[in-house]
Design a protein around this ligand. Structure first.
Ligand code: 2U9
Length: 356
């Protein structure tokens, strides 16, 4: 390739054009070097090689010029093209060097929070605490279906066929004798029917009843539990449930057992703890609106499993006895967090949930 095309090989293409070509050839490196941005460089390149560019105009003027003349112009054209690519590379390198030499990002700065963090639901907080205590005491967690047969939900538990709980008004019936379980006792029935004593299970889960007011939600949560073995008495029931109450509410919490009635236990007892709201520094309870002036708050129901229920689940009631209990998870959460309406727990308003 010639280093000076217009003067070699007789390539003089006429005074004006020759001069313009020489000037272009002499000046394009400086023109490219003066461009400080890629856009400016491309603009400068277009002024020379574009459709209406200076070199394009020379080429057009050449028209019928001899081939050597066109070759000379093409040589210049190639020089311009190479010069443009080189200037482009120089700009890219300068940009990269500037990036590398710029102040580095501060990687120790905290990230930007794109979405607000969620919170554990109060029902989950309380349920997990209850499960932890019973797990510690040797109970295993058992699961079961939420859509259940009448037999496992009512019949085997000793509910008479005309018991109000079995009514269409009280339970959610589906089809084929199925209903949404009204308690997690169905899990206990299934566990007792498939395991041999000794056994101790808890059944945490969601249950459904046709109730809807300030203290009742049609969907709520229970943790039920039972223990079956030879020689289990009410003393074991009292020991386990006192331990549970004091682990959840504090070691100095008074616990009392009040006679009650459930179709599936005999005898049955409701368990109260000393009111946590009007407790004085000396441990006395003064009575308040939460405990309705009594100084006691009910936290769960319990009882010795009825022998008929044991037999219905295939357990020899002559040999084995057991106790069972049921805890309403919402009740624990409402007492702890003083939620005025149970339904607020399920509206999932982030402003409420963020407070727990
Ligand atoms: C079997 C045998 C016995 C479970 C029990 C209670 C007492 C009880 C309530 C607490 C608050 C329900 O959520 S709540 O309204 N439950 O008082 N539950 S004894 O007894 C059983 C369960 C299964 C086979």
């Amino acid at each position: 390739m010639s280093s000076h095309p217009s003067r070699e090989g007789g390539s003089d293409v006429g005074g004006g054009i020759d001069a313009a070509l020489e000037e272009l050839r002499a000046k394009f490196p400086a023109r490219f070097a003066a461009a400080t941005t890629e856009q400016a460089l491309r603009d400068e390149n277009a002024k020379i090689l574009g459709k209406k560019g200076e070199l394009t105009a020379i080429l057009k003027e050449l028209g019928k010029a001899p081939p050597e003349a066109r070759r000379a112009i093409n040589v210049v054209k190639q020089e311009v093209e190479r010069g443009f690519e080189a200037a482009l590379a120089t700009l890219a390198k300068a940009r990269r060097d500037a990036d590398l030499n710029a102040r580095p990002y501060d990687l120790t700065l905290p990230g930007r929070l794109l979405a607000p963090l969620g919170h554990k639901h109060p029902i989950s907080i309380v349920r997990e605490e209850i499960i932890d205590v019973f797990r510690d005491l040797g109970f295993a967690v058992h699961d079961g279906p939420e859509v259940e047969l009448e037999e496992n939900n009512f019949t085997k538990l000793g509910f008479p066929p005309d018991h109000p709980a079995t009514d269409m008004q009280d339970s959610f019936w589906t089809t084929g004798g199925h209903l949404l379980r009204t308690h997690t006792s169905n899990v206990q029935v299934r566990a007792m029917s498939t395991h041999a004593p000794p056994m101790a299970f808890i059944a945490p889960g969601t249950v459904y009843r046709r109730d809807n007011d300030v203290t009742h939600s049609p969907m709520f949560h229970q943790v039920e539990g039972f223990l079956v073995d030879e020689g289990v008495t009410f003393a074991e029931l009292k020991g386990v449930l006192t331990e549970f109450a004091q682990r959840l509410y504090g070691g100095d919490t008074p616990v009392r057992f009040r006679p009650s009635y459930f179709p599936f236990t005999e005898p049955s007892a409701e368990v109260d703890i000393g009111c946590v709201f009007c407790k004085q520094p000396d441990g006395r309870r003064t009575g308040c609106a939460m405990c309705k002036g009594s100084g006691w708050i009910e936290i769960l129901g319990s009882g010795m499993i009825h022998p008929v229920v044991l037999e219905n689940c295939g357990i020899d009631a002559e040999k084995y006895t057991g106790f069972a209990f049921g805890i309403g998870v919402e009740r624990v959460a409402i007492l702890r967090y003083r939620v005025p309406d149970i339904r607020m727990l399920f509206e999932n308003d982030p402003r409420l949930l963020a407070q727990f």
